[in-house]
Design a protein around this ligand. Structure first.
Ligand code: DGL
Length: 270
C-alpha cells in the first residue's frame, strides 16, 4: 500500500514530512533526483524526461500513485505526463492543485466551473522554470475569475538552501519580495510555490508584512492526499516498505537531508 513522493532534490522532504504525519500507516517511498537538481533552470523537455524516469522508478517500488512534490516538475511536466504518458492504472498528482483549491476556498477535487473568489491580488514565488510555465495561472483560471497574479522567479534561493547557506537564502528572499512588491505593492495572498521555501517561510512572511496571507504547500498537499485516498483507496500500490532513494551519492545526500529535516534520514541508491 505504498505511495511514491518525488522531488528533484531535498525540498520534497517538507511534503514527505507532512504526508507521513497525516497518514502514519502509509509507507512512503521518497525519490530525490539529486544527481540532476536543480530542475528550476532546466528546459521543459529535460524536466519531462527526468520526471518520467523518476516516476517509473517509483512504480518499480510498488507505488501506483506518485506525488510530484516538486512545483517545477508539476508545472513543467505533469500535464504532458497525464495527457501522453501515464497508463490508466497508475496516477501521478502534483502539488499545485491542492494549493489553488485552498486559495479559492474549494473542496478538494471540486471541478465546478470558475467563479469569483475573495482574493484578487496574489503574489507567486517560485523557480524560474515554474514561473515560465505559467501552470499556476492556467490551473487558477480553471477555478477562479478576476484574480491578478504577479509571479517572481526566485533565482538562487534553492541553491542557497541546498548548500545550507541560510544567510544568503534570507538575503535573496528579501530581495525577491522587494522586487515583487515594486510591481504589486499590496498582494492579499502569497503562494510559496517551491518545496524549499517553507524553510524560509518566516522570512517571506516578515518581508511581506502582516496583511499578506502566506500559503505554503506541505499541509495542504497532505490533507488533499488523505481525501484522495478515501475516494480512491485502490490507488495505494502493492509496495510495503518506506524508503529514501536518491540518484545522487547516498552518504552525502543523507547528511544534507538530516540537516535539512533536522532529524536522521538515510538514503539508498535509486
Ligand atoms: N523542489 C523544486 C520545486 O518545488 C525546486 C528545486 C529545483 O529547482 O529543482 O520547484
Amino acid at each position: 500500500m505504498a505511495v511514491g513522493v518525488f522531488d528533484s532534490g531535498l525540498g520534497g522532504l517538507t511534503v514527505l514530512d507532512a504526508v507521513s504525519r497525516r497518514l502514519p500507516d502509509v509507507p512512503f517511498v521518497y525519490l530525490g533526483d539529486n544527481a540532476h537538481a536543480p530542475y528550476g533552470v532546466r528546459t521543459p523537455d529535460d524536466i519531462f524526461a527526468l520526471t518520467c524516469a523518476a516516476t517509473e522508478r517509483l512504480w518499480e517500488e510498488g507505488c501506483d500513485l506518485v506525488i510530484l512534490a516538486c512545483n517545477t516538475a508539476s508545472a513543467a511536466a505533469l500535464k504532458r505526463m497525464q495527457e501522453t504518458w501515464v497508463p490508466s492504472h497508475k496516477r501521478v498528482l502534483g502539488v499545485f492543485v491542492p494549493l489553488i483549491e485552498a486559495l479559492t476556498e474549494r473542496q478538494w477535487g471540486d471541478n465546478s466551473p470558475p467563479r469569483e473568489v475573495a482574493v484578487k491580488h496574489v503574489a507567486l514565488f517560485a523557480t524560474p522554470a515554474t514561473v515560465a510555465s505559467r501552470a499556476f495561472q492556467r490551473e487558477l483560471a480553471f477555478r477562479a475569475i478576476g484574480v491578478d497574479v504577479e509571479a517572481q522567479p526566485c533565482g538562487g534561493v534553492v541553491d542557497a538552501i541546498e548548500a545550507g547557506d541560510e544567510m544568503l537564502a534570507e538575503t535573496l528572499v528579501r530581495a525577491h519580495v522587494e522586487a515583487l512588491k515594486r510591481r504589486m505593492p499590496h498582494p492579499q495572498a502569497a503562494v510559496l510555490g517551491c518545496t524549499h521555501y517553507p524553510l524560509m517561510q518566516h522570512v517571506f512572511a516578515q518581508a511581506l508584512g502582516p496583511d499578506v496571507r502566506v500559503f505554503s504547500q506541505a499541509d495542504l498537499v497532505a490533507e488533499s492526499l488523505a481525501d484522495y485516498l478515501v475516494r480512491r483507496p485502490e490507488m495505494l500500490g502493492p509496495g510495503t516498505e518506506a524508503k529514501f532513494l536518491t540518484t545522487g551519492a547516498p552518504r552525502a545526500v543523507s547528511d544534507r537531508a538530516t540537516q535539512f529535516l533536522r532529524k536522521p534520514v538515510t538514503f539508498e541508491a535509486a
